[in-house]
Each structure stands twice: as C-alpha cells, then as structure tokens.
Design a protein around this ligand. Structure first.
Ligand code: ATP
Length: 236
C-alpha cells in the first residue's frame, strides 16, 4: 500500500549537533486518516513538519510522501502536500482572493478561479473576498490559511497547531471543517498541544516529548490505557 506519509528513523539536530530536536522517530499516516502528534512546547512537532515540507533537511532518516523520498523529488512532494503553518497570515497589502490567486501561481495554476471560489464558499469567506487581510478577524485569517493550503488540491494536509490560541467556538468550527476534509478522503497530519483536540479529531495519535515518541496507537485505546491524568504527565 502506498502511504500518504512514511517517516523512518528521522533525526534532526541543530547547532552542530548540540540540539537534538528529533531523535529517531518513525510513524506513518494512512490513507484517509487523521494522525495526530501530541506534545508540549519544544517536543519537535514543527521540526517534523519542516522536514516533510523540505524546509529543513533531516540529519538522518527518510521522509516519504506517497512513496517518494522528499529529498529526492521535492517538487513532486510539494504538489501533494498542503500546509497550514502555526504563524497567522499577516499580509496587509493583498486582499483575500488575490492571496489565493497569487498562491495558485506558485503551483503554476493560472486559471484557478473556480477552485478558489469553491474554497471561499466552503470556508465562509466568499463575501469577504475583497477584504484586505488586516481587516479580517482571527477566525477568518485561520480559515484563509486553510484555503491557501488547499488551492492546489493536495492529497495530504499538514496542520501545525491549527487551533493554538483560538477560542472554543472557533476551535469547534475548525474541528468540524477538518473532519469534513477527512470524510472527503483527505489524509491529515495534525500537531497539537491539546489532548481534547487529539481526542476529537485523530484516528491514531503519537505522544511525543523531547524529540522522541513516547507512545503511538489508536487514540481511543491510548486514552483508555493512559487516562487523561497520565497523558498530562507524559506531556510535561
Ligand atoms: P512548540 O509547540 O513550542 O511549537 P515544537 O514541538 O514545535 O514546539 P520545535 O519547534 O520543533 O518544537 O523545537 C524542538 C527543539 O528544537 C526545541 O528545543 C527548539 O528550541 C529546537 N529548535 C527548533 N528550531 C531550531 C533552530 N532553527 N535552531 C536551533 N534549535 C532549534
């Protein structure tokens, strides 16, 4: 079976090897599942995302997207992946539709209006399409980031702490949308600090701390086995 994502013995160090951000990690994302990486600050979540998107090069180990090593064919893998980064979009100059048009151009998609309008409708942004980003609320900015990640119709979505710092209503809206994407067949890797988020969304979850996987398995089984209290201890 060709897997959307296969990470094998991934290591990543910084500063000449003095900082070990990821210490030999292996996991997969299966077709149509939401796989969660749950861990506290500094666990290595963003570093893992950065190696998948080829922003960072692994110190050793491999990252494969749909069977292709990202180091060997970064262009192929970039087309398969949509990424929602942690940092909120903050471009004051362009309006919503221009951002999505510009981003489509990055993938060589010159006539992408239909897809852009579809995403704007789906994410309740259509009536705001001529607003500058600085005029948007926090929730709209988050939804715009998701639309941006989806303009090229990727098959694997990476969500790096998509609901960090958002209120519970918006968090629930985003959860609903992520579930809809999964129901439509999208494979998703999600990183999060929030146990509740992993519980709501993830089919399987890996709990990571200080660059290592502490435990990995079916979300329900892990929560049954470890209980909330023990997981909170694992995460501190
Ligand atoms: P957070 O939840 O706070 O975003 P995280 O789980 O995403 O944390 P990473 O950002 O991947 O964790 O960081 C893992 C470790 O690697 C941390 O100790 C961090 O300080 C270190 N690190 C990350 N990027 C760099 C870098 N460019 N140079 C040096 N150290 C780094």
């Amino acid at each position: 079976m060709i897997l959307p994502l296969e990470i094998t013995d991934l290591r990543k160090t910084y500063r000449g090897g003095t900082v070990e951000a990821v210490k030999g990690m292996s996991f997969t994302v299966k077709p149509g599942e939401i796989f969660g990486l749950l861990g506290p600050n500094g666990a290595g979540k963003t570093t893992i995302i950065s190696t998948i998107t080829t922003l960072e090069k692994p110190s050793s180990g491999t990252v494969k997207v749909f069977g292709v090593d990202v180091a060997k064919d970064p262009m192929f893998t970039k087309r398969q992946i949509g990424v929602v980064h942690q940092e909120i979009i903050n471009s004051g100059f362009f309006d919503v539709e221009e951002i999505l048009t510009f981003h489509s151009g990055y993938y060589g998609l010159r006539n992408n209006k239909e897809r852009i309008h579809f995403l704007l409708e789906k994410l309740s942004l259509y009536e705001h399409r001529h607003k500058k980003v600085k005029q948007l609320s926090g929730g709209m900015k988050r939804r715009l980031m998701i639309a941006k990640a989806l303009v090229h119709n990727p098959k694997l979505l990476l969500l790096d702490e998509p609901t960090a710092g958002v209120d519970i209503r918006l968090r629930e809206d985003l959860w609903k949308f992520v579930q809809e994407l999964r129901n439509e067949g999208m494979s998703i890797l999600l990183t999060t600090h929030y146990l509740e988020e992993a519980q709501q969304l993830c089919d399987r979850v890996g709990i990571i701390n200080l660059g290592s996987l502490v435990v990995l398995g079916d979300t329900k089984a892990i929560i049954r086995e470890y209980t909330h209290k023990k997981i909170r201890v694992l995460l501190t």
